[in-house]
Design a protein around this ligand. Structure first.
Ligand code: FES
Length: 147
């Protein structure tokens, strides 16, 4: 009840451009000091995941991917997330996560593309977002003959 009243007062002041003494205390972007260690650990982990851009590809050709499985290929500067369905159909997308650009990884348990940075998941066949924070699908990647 108390916080509902405070919320009403805060929102009214924010909408009208007035200062409010509780603004900093209830700011959704605040970082409590005791959470600093955890925040730092999570962000260092996310930054380390960008190493995938310079690592070797998992496989070099689509034919090396077992039916019903996926792998990340390298094509020049691009990383391509390729899913080879059980019926042999090939679904290829840019492996760049649409949230903040980490390289997605194949999840054999979920049969989806999962981002190691913040946990977004994408459908293997369509590239659509299954779980955020990403809010846009993976971009289709046109494979050429011989890929
Ligand atoms: S970069 Fe944030 S979820 Fe992929």
């Amino acid at each position: 009840m108390t916080h509902g009243t405070l919320g009403g007062l805060l929102v009214t002041d924010l909408v009208q451009g007035r200062d409010n003494p509780w603004r900093g205390l209830y700011d959704p972007g605040r970082q409590p000091l005791r959470a600093g260690g955890e925040w730092l650990r999570e962000n260092v982990n996310a930054v380390l995941q960008y190493r995938d851009w310079v690592r070797p590809a998992q496989v070099s050709k689509v034919e090396d991917i077992s039916p019903g499985s996926g792998a990340v290929l390298r094509r020049g500067l691009h990383r391509v997330a390729v899913y080879r369905a059980g019926d042999g159909a090939v679904h290829a997308y840019s492996a760049r996560c649409t949230h903040m650009g980490c390289v997605v990884r194949w999840s054999s348990e979920e049969k989806s593309w999962d981002c190691p940075c913040h946990g977004s998941r994408f459908d293997a066949r369509s590239g659509v977002v299954l779980n955020g924070p990403a809010n846009a699908p993976l971009e289709p990647y046109p494979l050429e003959d011989g890929d």
